[in-house]
Design a binder for this molecule. Structure first.
Ligand code: ATP
Length: 319
């Protein structure tokens, strides 16, 4: 299912929280809305779902107009063929796993082959041995998988995820990232995922829309966002950045201690050292700025260090 947002905007009171926004989400892709708290991610997602009405613009899903201010079209959420996965899983605590997953099918009277469809959905999330458990008898990751099974059983064209992993601990979160991405890819479902976590966005997405104060500052593949950020905000929000001046930066991963012919060289003083297990993360002083550099060798604060950067890895950002 391809989603086209055309000039949609939204205000609450006199505050415009989504400025006129246009972009296309490709069929079968995993797209992330990434940005800091309050930038409008959830509002954008809720407008796609039909839970919030845009003030202007149009929303098209494939060839069907879901919303148009001008044409006075506004399809209700239940007619949009979309499913929502929330941060808090929103499982029914008094229902067993099977009934939680069957709930949506029963609610719409779509009960043909109900048992096998529910079991198939639970097989997809590897929980078909847990049919009789109650949500409180499951781990956080298992609850999240039930929430996911509940959405895929209704075979939606698109799943909207609102920070679905944020209630999980760091390890489980990482594992669920892979699982969610694998499951949505194998089912070929268009996914729109909201997060403020750039690692999550980078590792899962085909494309990322970086939002800042209600504007989409950049919409592109994760690699392009990382290596060619269009604005200072995007450069700072996605990945670490070492700023040479107001317009030029490089990524710490593009610096090396090995001399590069024709490379830029910088002699720097170590300010602090953080041990990260596989590497030491050094904070280096560059004039009044601080840079980050990952080293396999331990340094002490005050020590000098020379690093080299290939000029082709210098990123130019217009202010
Ligand atoms: P977070 O990551 O904290 O959930 P977000 O990027 O998802 O943030 P939104 O929830 O979309 O941001 O909110 C964007 C702005 O709109 C915020 O300033 C918020 O306070 C405001 N807002 C959201 N919903 C409403 C509402 N129903 N009434 C008034 N203001 C709202």
């Amino acid at each position: 299912m391809e989603i086209n947002l055309v000039n949609i905007s939204k205000s609450f009171g006199d505050k415009e929280v989504i400025h006129p926004t246009t972009f296309k989400i490709d069929d079968g892709s995993f797209t992330t809305l990434l940005g800091p708290s309050g930038c409008g991610k959830t509002t954008l997602l809720r407008m796609i779902a039909g839970l919030e009405t845009p003030d202007d613009g149009e929303i098209w899903i494939d060839d069907c107009c879901y919303f148009s201010k001008e044409k006075k079209v506004n399809l209700p959420p239940e007619k949009r063929n979309l499913a929502f996965v929330f941060q808090d899983f929103a499982l029914w605590p008094h229902m067993r796993v099977f009934e939680n997953v069957a709930f949506g099918l029963r609610a719409t009277g779509d009960t043909d082959n109900l048992k096998s469809r529910v079991i198939d959905a639970l097989k997809t999330v590897k929980l078909d041995d847990f049919l009789d458990r109650y949500p409180h008898e499951l781990s956080g990751g298992q609850q999240q998988r039930v929430a996911f099974a509940r959405t895929i059983v209704i075979k939606p064209g698109c799943i909207l995820f609102d920070e679905p992993l944020s209630a999980l601990d760091a390890l489980l979160r990482e594992q669920m990232r892979h699982e969610l991405k694998d499951m949505t890819s194998s089912l070929d479902i268009t996914s729109v995922f909201v997060t403020h976590d750039q690692t999550e966005a980078m590792s899962m997405s085909d494309k990322i829309a970086v939002l800042n104060g209600g504007y989409v500052e950049q919409y592109d593949k994760p690699e392009v966002i990382y290596h060619s950020p269009k604005s200072e905000f995007v450069a700072r929000f996605v990945g670490k950045s070492n700023w040479i001046d107001e317009n030029r930066l490089f990524r710490p991963t593009d610096a090396t201690k090995t001399k590069i012919d024709g490379g830029l060289s910088y002699e720097l003083t170590v300010q602090s050292v953080q041990y990260l297990g596989d590497t030491y993360e050094l904070t280096l002083l560059f004039g009044d700025k601080t840079w980050t550099f990952n080293s396999d060798k331990k340094y002490s604060p005050g020590e000098k260090l020379k690093i080299f950067v290939d000029p082709k890895n210098i990123i130019f950002v217009e202010n």
